[in-house]
Each structure stands twice: as C-alpha cells, then as structure tokens.
Write a protein that binds this ligand. Structure first.
Ligand SMILES: [Zn+2]
Length: 502
C-alpha cells in the first residue's frame, strides 16, 4: 500500500477535517493537479444496462469475458462460476437491503453530488473514510481510485486512493438529502465498483437501499400515473417478491442484485409520488409465497392474451417450475389485456438486417447451433405452448441449413442489435412470414408474458377486483404472507457499510 506524508486537508475545511485527515493519512495517497488540467477520460459514453437477469440466456450488449476477474474483493463478475442456489428464499424476517446498479459507467468518471455540498467516501478495506466537497468525480485506477473533489470548479483538487475493493459513498452524518447522479436523486448509500473485466475506465454505480424504500421508485416508473391503486398494490407485492428472489439468486455471485431498468425492473430512485408510496406502505412486508418460499413474481407489460410460463421465457429450473409461474389456463387468457394499445402489433424487418442481428447475437452468445445463417429461405413457428404462444422458430437459410431458435432468444437477439427504441421487438409471441425480402411479424403483447400482465391487472382493478384477486389470477396457488418488519430497520444500511462516519 502506498503511504505518503504530504497529505494536507484544504485549509478552509477547518479542524474537523484536520482530525479526520490524521485518521486516514495512512491510507490515502495524494497528488495535486492544477485545476483545469483534468483529463476527463476518453469517450464520454454511458451505457445503460445490458442483458438481463430476467430474460432467458442473457447475452446481449456486454462484452464480458467468461474468465473475467478484476481482483477486487467484492468485485464479483457478471458471469459467476458459482451456481445459483437451488431453493427459492424464505420470506425475509427483517427488511433487507437491495443492491441496485443504476449505471454502468464506461470511459468516464462516476460523478456524484449531494445537496449538502459534501460526500463521505471510504475504501472498502480502509479503517476510516473521508469527506469531500461535491461535485466529486471518481476515476477507476489499476490499483485503486482517483477522486477529484469540487470537480469543475476553481477549487478542484485530486486525491489518490490505493484500494483493492469498492469505494463506498454516503452522505455525511446528520445531513438531509440524497446522493445524486446524472441529475437524479437516488436513495441509500452507493458503491462504486471497478470493472477491470470490461476495461480500465469502467466502473459500476450500485446503490444499497432498504427494500421498502426502494419499491416506491419501482412503481412510479413501472405503472402509469392514472392507474388504479389496486394495480399499484398488486404491483408492489409482485415487485417486492421478485426483488427478494433476485437478491437470493445473486447474493454471493455478483456485486448487484438488480439493475434499474427493463432488464430487472424500472427504478426512478427517490420519488414523491403519493400513489406509489401509499401502495408500498399499505402492503409493507407482504410477499407472494408458494410452498413456504417466495415466488419470483415476474411480470410484464402486456401478455397479449397469450401468457408464457416463466420456465419458457425467463429461466428454467427449480425456481420457475412451480404452479404459480406455469401457464395453467386452458385456451387463451381472455378478458385480460385486449384493449391495451400493445395487445396487437405488426413489425417488419429487412431480411438482411434480421440475419445480421441474429448472426451477431449467436456469435456473441457462442451458440454455434444458431448461426451463422446465410440469408433466410423460410421462417416459421415451431412449438407453441398450451395457450398458443410461439415457443420456437424453425429457420432455414439459403444453404438449406436448419436452425431452431427459442422465441425469447430471437427477441433478445433482435433487440440487442436495435438502434434506438423505434424498431424494438415487443414480444416473442408472434406469427412470422416472409414477403418481398422482408420478415413480417404479427405480434401480441409487450414483454415476456410470464406472471402478472400489468394491463390485465389494471383492467381487473377497474372492475373492482382487489390486489389479492389480481395476484391470484396471475400467480395461481400462491398466497400473500405478511412478514413483521423491524421498526427502524432502515438502520441496517449503515451497518452494512461498517465503518463509523465522521
Ligand atoms: Zn394480458
């Protein structure tokens, strides 16, 4: 560990920080760079998140190598070698914290600010932390971190931290307000995790939030403002159950449980939306349970009347092969979401573009059974599930070679190659046909179609159906269990971080 003897607190910080400096001096290196000389990193790109824990075969936009390792103690890579747990979790007896990745920051520093003008930072292996003037810019380094405080102002100054682990960020003690990133106020504390497995200038920003505080920000973005409060409550219970299962699934295998986005569930961070806050408060501690364990309560926007089982469209295994996540209705899911604007749609892609995206994806996924294809001669539905939703597609290329694609993989492949949202393939429930050099897709719904259909839930709520009636329809056989929640349990955030704050 590099030790220095020259660190001095900026003079205007006073006695408070001088004392602090004495505590941290053994851990912090320093260098001074005149303000204005900052190199801001190369390309200023921030990728939103990739592939999904929620989608089956999550191979998409991330270039993770299978043997990725960056040596950091908590920097658990995204393709873990450790297998996931076989059993679903029991409902938690105290409020857990969820780790939410809000950004994969690539080729630029993580820039954070706080309304108090200060943020407290601590290396994971350090004894004590240090308070910095915001905005701060945090650059990943080979052996630690470089921090610029008062970034972009005439008072900017640089610090160097030798640290093999993640960088922890909190608001200073006894101040109000939330940590802000990219103009958005988040909740809880943050971890910045170096992603040397991606490249030298890559890091992930992960917020650690008490579950009940996290959920309102999910509802505020997942549902429309004018929707029924019963839909909000059903959604709160589903989102809480889904989150608890993702936490168990990824616990020691990755440095975050969910992403803030469609790959997991949307999250706006802090919200003042009363309907969302009320729905979470009114269902506090309520989980969907089957066989004594929490149901990973997947949901999607609109099933199009053609639901999918979670084993088909999300991930196969003991977690999803349970009654509440199987398609149990005979015939189509009627009176569900027929009136939704996304219930029926048509998309058309050029065959060249389709082949391009499919080949790109199969190569990235290492699926030699799926490509490369040389053009497309025929493209038809193979298997359908019990309610008629397409499960596989049979594709013959111009060389007469045949490929069998799982329908969800086809959707992921098409969307991984999509530029912007305009030609997003909304679901894999579709009837394909070839016409004049184009692939025409007549589709149904939006999303994977497993579990709750949000549009369907809203139609039920508007017919005076209760939150539990909605959940019983979409997760048949599951029960709602209310867990006692320890008063003041949000204090566990601080405990998780460990060290005392200044
Ligand atoms: Zn539906």
């Amino acid at each position: 560990m590099a030790v220095n003897s020259g660190w001095q607190p900026p003079t205007n910080y006073g006695h408070f920080f001088a004392v602090l400096a004495a505590m941290v001096i053994v851990c912090w290196g320093y260098m001074t760079i005149p303000s204005g000389c900052e190199t801001q990193g190369a390309a200023r790109t921030r990728s939103t998140l990739p592939s999904s824990p929620l989608e089956k075969n999550p191979v998409g936009s991330v270039g993770d190598s299978a043997n990725a390792s960056n040596g950091g103690v908590t920097d658990i890579v995204e393709k873990p070698r450790t297998p996931p747990p076989l059993e679903r979790p029991f409902p938690p007896t105290t409020q857990p914290n969820i780790r939410v990745r809000v950004a994969a920051v690539r080729g630029e520093p993580v820039q954070l600010t706080h309304p108090s003008g200060w943020l407290w930072l601590k290396g994971q292996n350090m004894q004590a932390g240090q308070t910095f003037r915001t905005p701060i810019a945090v650059y990943p380094m080979e052996d630690g971190w470089r921090i610029v405080q008062a970034n972009g102002t005439t008072q900017a100054s640089n610090f160097r931290l030798v640290e093999s682990g993640a960088l922890q960020v909190q608001e200073p003690q006894n101040v109000q307000g939330n940590i802000q990133f990219g103009g958005i106020a988040y909740l809880g504390s943050a971890n910045i995790v170096r992603r040397a497995d991606v490249d030298a200038n890559a890091s992930d920003l992960v917020f650690i939030v008490p579950l009940e505080e996290y959920l309102p920000g999910v509802l505020a973005k997942e549902l429309f403002k004018g929707w029924h409060s019963n839909t909000y409550q059903a959604q709160a219970i589903a989102a809480r159950s889904y989150a608890a299962c993702e936490m168990e699934w990824w616990r020691n295998r990755r440095h975050y449980d969910v992403v803030a986005g469609q790959a997991s569930q949307a999250w706006v961070g802090a919200t003042s939306d009363a309907k969302s806050l009320d729905a979470v408060a009114n269902t506090r501690g309520q989980y969907l349970v089957f066989d004594g364990r929490v149901v990973p309560a997947y949901y999607s926007s609109c099933c199009g009347g053609l639901p999918s089982s979670a084993a088909d469209s999300i991930r196969d295994g003991t977690w999803t092969q349970i009654d509440p996540l199987n398609v149990t209705e005979k015939g189509r899911r009627t009176q569900c979401c027929e009136k939704a604007p996304v219930a029926k749609w048509q998309m058309s892609y050029s065959i060249a573009e389709t082949v391009d995206r499919m080949n790109q994806w199969s190569k990235q996924a290492g699926r030699k059974d799926l490509g490369p294809m040389n053009g497309i001669k025929s493209f038809v539905v193979g298997d359908k599930n019990s309610v008629g939703r397409s499960k596989t597609f049979l594709i013959t290329d111009r060389n007469g070679k045949r490929f069998i694609w799982d329908a969800p993989d086809f959707r992921v492949a098409m969307n991984a190659g999509a530029n912007g949202s305009r030609d997003v393939l909304k679901s894999s429930a579709l009837e394909p046909r070839l016409e004049k050099g184009r692939l025409i897709l007549d589709g149904r719904g939006y999303g994977h179609g497993a579990g709750m259909c949000q549009y369907g839930a809203e139609f039920m709520a508007n017919s005076n159906r209760s939150p539990s009636a909605i959940l019983q329809r979409y997760y048949p056989g599951a029960i709602i269990v209310t867990m006692a929640q320890t008063p003041g349990d949000s204090a566990t955030t601080a405990a998780l971080i460990g060290a005392p704050r200044p």
